[in-house]
Design a protein around this ligand. Structure first.
Ligand SMILES: Nc1ncnc2c1ncn2[C@@H]1O[C@H](COP(=O)(O)OP(=O)(O)OP(=O)(O)O)[C@@H](O)[C@H]1O
Ligand SMILES: [Mg+2]
Length: 407
């Protein structure tokens, strides 16, 4: 066993993951309580039974908008009402909540998250004065920032939406990469949110024709510093994963090569960050007059994350559906291991319908890898028979009628 493998095995001897999960008015669940083991957990049930919703609830124990990237307004339980012929409406409880006892290297914490109504004092318009935000608590103490959740719990995930990751626009790939960074750099989530906010603010000013140069200068300066920090963190993450993958087996889950394609990221190849910040700032200010198109502004908002099937030298977008899924599995397995080594405890894996495009050999190989990792992995399926080889190692939960009916 090499050093990394030994460190990993030592860390996963200590248990980390969700031990108890409680959902209240969350999606299709009025109230759900689960006790779970630190082991693979197969969540099965028919389409629409509520499997993904359970994984989504767990993803809210980490910063951000969860594994569906949902709007807060969509999460609280809707109860459909038929109000007349072909007329429907919804009633909803006021709020939703997710609470969990999580264990981190054998120590227990209680994480809770819910929505809180807040008021913007500086907003004149009454309609917009109140807004909702997700608050997080650990052991009943409110955390200043969602990013701090990473000290207690973390998760990696693969969802069916990611099947289209390598085809189409770059935005989902950027988000995917940024999420890989979060566990290594707790500031990254804040940085990307700040950049997004500045970006919109700059766009709004230009669109409204408010050419307040002083204000624009200050926004662009901020965008440049935040943007360069984003680019640097992305570069670091790609380098970290590529180095780790070099030592990973190239088996049914092929070895990948990861690349970052972005103007600011490239500039950092041979210039110190302070000079790149200046260049970025000048670039933004030059684009003031002729680029008003939200999508076209150059910078870290347009960088792309490229993946290659290493042995074939094939870009992921030209790989088959099953190959693309295998490349994603390779990345997530590498990320999960790297994350464990970096943060000193194992993340939970959330694998939604992960075996859908995998052949029998690959499915079994994946289950073996998950068992070997010795961590908590939530796996959803409509067909639990495909997971018979985990019968002795995994907990099986059946979802039916908006609850879990068997253990
Ligand atoms: N806010 C909400 N309130 C109530 N029900 C919701 C809400 N959001 C989604 N649902 C419903 O929850 C049900 C379960 O959804 P979920 O995506 O978890 O199903 P699933 O078991 O993963 O199904 P599949 O096998 O098709 O992926 C769906 O019928 C969906 O319409
Ligand atoms: Mg689902």
């Amino acid at each position: 066993m090499n050093n990394l493998a030994e460190n990993l095995a030592n860390l996963t001897k200590l248990k980390s993951g969700v031990e108890r999960l409680t959902l209240t008015d969350f999606r299709n669940y009025a109230s759900l309580r689960l006790k779970t083991e630190i082991a693979p957990i197969v969540v099965y049930g028919e389409n629409g039974s509520g499997k993904t919703n359970i994984l989504e609830a767990i993803s809210f124990l980490t910063p951000g908008r969860g594994l569906r990237g949902a709007r807060l307004a969509d999460i609280k339980r809707f109860i459909p009402q038929i109000t007349g012929k072909n007329e429907y409406s919804f009633i909803s409880p006021l709020n939703w909540a997710v609470a969990a006892d999580v264990i981190k290297n054998d120590e227990i914490y209680t994480i809770a998250t819910a929505v809180e109504k807040s008021a913007k004092d500086d907003c004149e318009n009454e309609e917009f004065r109140s807004f909702e935000r997700r608050i997080v608590k650990v052991d009943n103490t409110k955390l200043a920032s969602q990013g701090d959740l990473g000290k207690y719990f973390s998760a990696t995930w693969l969802t069916p939406q990611m099947d289209r990751l390598f085809r189409g626009g770059s935005q989902p790939r950027r988000s995917f990469l940024d999420r890989l960074v979060y566990a290594f750099d707790m500031e990254h989530a804040k940085r990307t949110a700040t950049f997004e906010h500045l970006y919109r603010e700059r766009f709004r000013l230009l669109k409204e024709g408010k050419n307040d140069n002083h204000w624009l200068d200050s926004i662009e300066e901020n965008m440049a510093t935040t943007g360069v920090a984003i680019a640097a963190a992305r570069r670091e993450q790609i380098a970290r994963l590529n180095a780790f993958i070099e030592n990973e087996p190239d088996d049914v889950f092929p070895s990948v090569r990861l690349e970052l394609d972005g103007k600011i990221e490239k500039l950092l190849d041979n210039k110190p960050a302070v000079l790149v910040e200046d260049e970025y700032k000048n670039m933004l200010s030059k684009q003031r007059n002729f680029i008003l198109d939200y999508e076209n502004l150059e910078g870290v908002n347009r960088s792309d994350f490229k993946v290659y099937y290493r042995k074939k030298g094939m870009p992921a977008d030209l790989c088959s559906t099953g190959e693309q899924k295998s490349l994603l599995v390779s990345i997530i397995l590498a990320q999960t291991k790297c994350q464990t080594l970096h943060q000193g405890f194992a993340p939970v894996m959330l694998l939604d319908e992960v075996t859908a495009h995998l052949d029998d050999v690959k499915r079994e190989a994946l289950l073996e890898k998950i068992s070997d990792l010795n961590i908590q992995a939530w796996i959803t399926t409509t067909n639990p028979e495909l997971f018979d080889s985990l019968r002795n190692d995994a907990q099986f939960l059946e979802v039916r009628n908006n609850t879990i009916i068997s253990f």
